[in-house]
Write a protein that binds this ligand. Structure first.
Ligand SMILES: Cc1ncc(COP(=O)(O)O)c(C=O)c1O
Length: 438
């Protein structure tokens, strides 16, 4: 599919300031949706590259080149085809499960760090053998790794004292004693600091992290600042939505020098949301004209909250655009209605987005809903509840060519592991159990 010259199909010139310059205005959605139907997630390689370049430019401008490594977490998008361009950009992946290692290595990835959460000794052993920096999340897990003489020890610290896996701040002195008792030092520590933080918050967090280094782990070779960099879902302009990486890295360089952090200490970052969110849109079909009843008005779509459950769960008000059957934007006139965006299942709460959206009264059967900024924490969270199959995923590459990278789920996806007939578990017949005991 060649999508090089289609924009006039999509938005009339001068019609939409909101989408002006947005990558989706250059994509032939008519062609993609005719081929695959809806719902469908569409991603842009060009936008992913733009986003990673924004981060790298900030690193360069602050004079931190060579001192900073980027590891984009795999799980918030979890599609190796979509993340592939990161490899050529020198960005690695953050993994948290052994199956992620299997799928990403099959797709040629090899530069990893690992933040596994709380895991068994066997799984710690698995990652130790692979040799990647693994950020362990409790004193117990670290104790095991120390007793096993693990070649390198890194830890994950939960700076918020939240329920996320991680050593709590009150345990840092114990951790430092434990390392001393084994005559070991930390290779690196990762600090979880929540999500969606402002620039000011993130700079304050850096100050606290440097203080942790100075107070507890002055021999560590590297500091991992993790993610948490804010992305504003409610803005339209690219600059307004994205985190200000340039000022952030400048502040880090300044603080490092003021606080006496040695130049030999390297910095790691794990940005997901800011690098991935606006690389994706979800297109759903509108299946009825606006329905109004005693509980308000709804737009009926073939989408579902099961396709991207965390928008509802986290109250994330993604921007929306309505498109007509030819995928031209439907501009809102004075005749608009505030509507909830209904998914296709019977569930009371099957609304794809939280709250209501203003919908032009002309929107109806055959039109489309485009949900913006769905590149992180969306398709990867698909739920099979209510038997909703996952949506197809398409990547539009740097040359404007569209590629199907995830087949839409078929109607029997939910039951793919259900056996045609029950299968006997060996030894479970009472007689054979007795003979085993005897
Ligand atoms: C360990 C770790 N690193 C990075 C991230 C990504 O954070 P963000 O999406 O805020 O960039 C997360 C998100 O949960 C995380 O748990």
């Amino acid at each position: 599919m060649n999508l090089r010259n289609p924009p006039e199909k999509f938005v009339e010139p001068g019609q939409s300031a909101r989408l002006a310059g947005h990558w989706v205005s250059g994509v032939d959605l008519l062609l993609i949706c005719s081929a695959l139907g809806t719902p469908v997630f569409v991603y842009s390689e060009a936008q992913l590259l733009k986003n990673i370049h924004r981060v790298k430019d900030g690193i360069r401008a602050a004079g931190l080149e060579g001192r900073v490594s980027l590891y984009v977490p795999f799980f918030p998008n979890a599609n190796p085809h979509i993340l592939k361009p990161l490899q050529a950009e020198g960005a690695g992946l953050l993994l948290q499960m052994p199956n992620e290692y299997d799928i990403t290595t099959r797709h040629g990835f090899s530069d990893f760090i690992v933040s596994p959460g709380h895991v068994s000794n066997e799984e710690i052993g698995f990652w130790c053998k692979k040799g990647y920096r693994t950020f362990l999340a409790s004193l117990d897990e670290i104790n095991f790794a120390l007793n096993e003489n693990a070649p390198t020890i890194s830890v994950r610290i939960d700076s918020l004292d939240s329920d996320k896996p991680g050593i709590k701040v009150g345990q840092l002195a114990d951790l430092s004693e434990m390392l001393k008792a084994h005559d070991r030092t930390l290779e690196c520590f990762e600090v979880y600091c929540g999500s969606g933080n402002s620039l000011t918050d993130m700079v304050d967090i850096v100050r606290k992290i440097f203080q942790i280094y100075l107070d507890h782990f002055p021999d560590a070779k590297a500091i991992n600042f993790a993610g948490g960099h804010g992305f504003d879902y409610e803005k339209w302009g690219e600059q307004e939505k994205h985190f200000d990486w340039r000022t952030y890295f400048q502040q880090i360089a300044k603080l490092a020098s003021e606080m006496g952090i040695p130049d030999t200490v390297n910095f790691l970052f794990e940005p997901a949301r800011d690098v991935l969110a606006d690389t994706g849109v979800l297109i759903a079909g509108v299946k009825r004209n606006i329905v109004t009843h005693s509980n308000g008005s709804i737009v009926v779509t073939d989408g579902s909250r099961m396709l991207m459950p965390s928008a509802q769960l986290r109250n994330r008000a993604h921007n929306t655009v309505f498109l007509d059957s030819g995928f031209r934007e439907i501009n809102e006139s004075e005749n608009a209605t505030s509507c909830k965006i209904r998914g296709r299942s019977i569930l009371r709460n099957d609304y794809i987005l939280p709250g209501e959206v203003s919908v032009d009264n002309s929107v109806g059967v055959g039109d489309h809903l485009m949900i913006m900024d769905v590149g992180a924490y969306c398709a990867t969270q698909h739920m099979e509840f209510l038997n909703v199959p996952p949506a197809a995923e398409v990547v539009v590459d740097i040359n404007g060519i569209a590629h199907l990278v995830t087949m839409p789920g078929d109607d029997f996806d939910k039951w793919r592991n259900v056996l045609p007939e029950p299968r006997l578990i060996a030894g479970s017949i009472p007689d054979s159990r007795e003979s085993r005991i005897a």
